[in-house]
Write a protein that binds this ligand. Structure first.
Ligand SMILES: C[S@@+](CC[C@H](N)C(=O)[O-])C[C@H]1O[C@@H](n2cnc3c(N)ncnc32)[C@H](O)[C@@H]1O
Length: 306
C-alpha cells in the first residue's frame, strides 16, 4: 500500500500510551548513555578498586583522584551511620563500587539496582571476583519501582543517581516505601543553584544535562521539599560543591585536552555522538559551575519511626 503523503498520526494506534512511551524512551536514553560511555568511565575515571562513577570528595585527607572517589563513600556512610548487618538499597548503583565498599568497610548487606543492564553484569562479575556475591546483589530495575517489599531496607543510598529521574518525587516515594520505619535515605547529587539568566547560561545547562541524561534537575531546596512531601524528615544537609570542584575541573581539563583528537575520531565514525557529548557536556557543565549555575549537595533524610 502506498504510504507517501499520509499523515504520521494515521499510523498511531488509538490506544498508544504516550506517557509510557516517553518513560521507555527516557530509560533507554540513560542506559544508552552509560553503555556507550562505559569505556570513558573505565579508562579515564574509575579503577578496579574504587569502581566509582561519581565525583570525588576532596578534603584535607585526600591527595589523589582515586582517594577522593573513595572518600565520597566514607563521608556518605558516616553521615548515614551505616552499621554492620544493615540492609542498604544502592539506588542507581553503577557498577557496584559503593555497594562493595559498604560491604567491605561497613559490613553492610547491599542490594544494587540500576536501569543499565550492562552495569548489572559488570557489578555481579566484580562482586564475584571479590568474593562478595553473597552480600552484594545487583538487579536491573528502576529505582522508582523496585519491586522490593515494603519496609525491607535500613538505608537507601543514592549517589549521583536520582538526578536522572524526570520527577525525583517518584524516586523519593519508592525510597520511602522500601525503608523500614526509622530508616535513612542518604543522597548526594547535583542540583540547579539558580535559574539561567540568559541564552548562553541556558545553553550551557542544556548541553550538559542533555549529554548526561539529566532531564529535570531541581534546586536542592526543592529536592528537600519533595522529600518532606513524601513523608521524610530532612535532617543534616550540606552544600558540598567545594569538595567536588577538583573532580569537575579534572573532567573539564581531560575533555579539553582530548577534544581535537576525539573530534577526528567522531568524523571517522570511530566514536559516536553520545560519546562525543560525554566530552562536550562536562565542558559546558564546568563553565556553568564557574557561573554558579549548579551545586553538589548531601542530604540525610529519615522515615519517621512510627
Ligand atoms: C552517575 S551514575 C552513579 C553510579 C553509582 N551510584 C556510583 O556512585 O558509582 C548514575 C547511575 O544511576 C543509574 N540510574 C539512572 N536512572 C535510574 C533508574 N530510574 N533506576 C535505576 N537506576 C538508574 C544509572 O544506570 C547509573 O548506574
Amino acid at each position: 500500500m502506498a504510504v507517501i503523503g499520509r499523515r504520521r498520526s494515521d499510523f498511531v494506534p488509538a490506544d498508544l500510551d504516550f506517557e509510557k512511551l516517553e518513560l521507555e524512551g527516557h530509560k533507554r536514553a540513560i542506559s544508552h548513555y552509560y553503555e556507550e560511555c562505559w569505556k570513558d568511565y573505565r579508562y579515564f575515571w574509575l579503577n578496579r578498586s574504587n569502581l566509582a562513577m561519581h565525583f570525588g570528595y576532596w578534603d584535607e585527607s585526600v591527595t589523589t583522584h582515586s582517594q577522593s572517589l573513595v572518600r565520597t563513600n566514607e563521608v556518605m556512610a558516616d553521615w548515614a551511620d551505616i552499621r554492620p548487618g544493615e540492609r542498604v538499597l544502592d539506588a542507581g548503583c553503577g557498577v557496584g563500587g559503593s555497594s562493595m565498599w559498604l560491604a567491605e568497610n561497613r559490613g553492610a548487606v547491599t542490594v544494587g539496582v540500576t536501569i543499565t543492564a550492562d552495569q548489572v553484569m559488570r557489578a555481579r562479575r566484580y562482586a564475584r571476583e571479590r568474593g562478595l556475591s553473597e552480600v552484594c546483589t545487583f538487579y536491573n530495575r528502576d529505582y522508582r519501582d523496585t519491586g522490593f517489599e515494603d519496609a525491607s531496607f535500613d538505608v537507601v543510598w543514592a549517589c549521583e543517581s536520582a538526578a536522572h529521574a524526570p520527577d525525583q518525587s517518584e524516586f523519593l516515594r519508592e525510597a520511602f516505601r522500601v525503608l523500614k520505619p526509622g530508616g535513612r535515605l542518604m543522597s548526594r547529587d547535583l542540583y540547579v543553584r539558580r535559574p539561567a539568566a540568559n541564552d548562553y547560561e541556558r545553553s550551557l545547562m542544556e548541553t550538559w544535562q542533555a549529554a548526561w541524561a539529566l532531564p529535570n534537575l531541581p534546586t536542592h531546596e526543592r529536592f528537600m521539599e519533595m522529600a518532606e512531601e513524601c513523608g521524610f524528615v530532612v535532617g543534616r544537609h550540606m552544600d558540598v560543591t567545594s569538595t567536588a570542584v577538583r573532580s569537575g575541573r579534572r573532567l573539564y581539563r581531560m575533555s579539553m585536552a582530548v577534544l581535537p583528537l576525539e573530534t577526528l575520531l567522531v568524523k571517522a565514525g570511530i566514536r559516536n555522538e553520545t560519546q562525543h557529548k560525554n566530552l562536550t557536556g562536562p565542558i559546558a557543565g564546568w563553565r556553568g559551575h564557574q557561573l554558579g549555575l549548579w551545586r553538589a549537595a548531601h542530604t540525610l533524610s529519615r522515615k519517621p519511626a512510627s
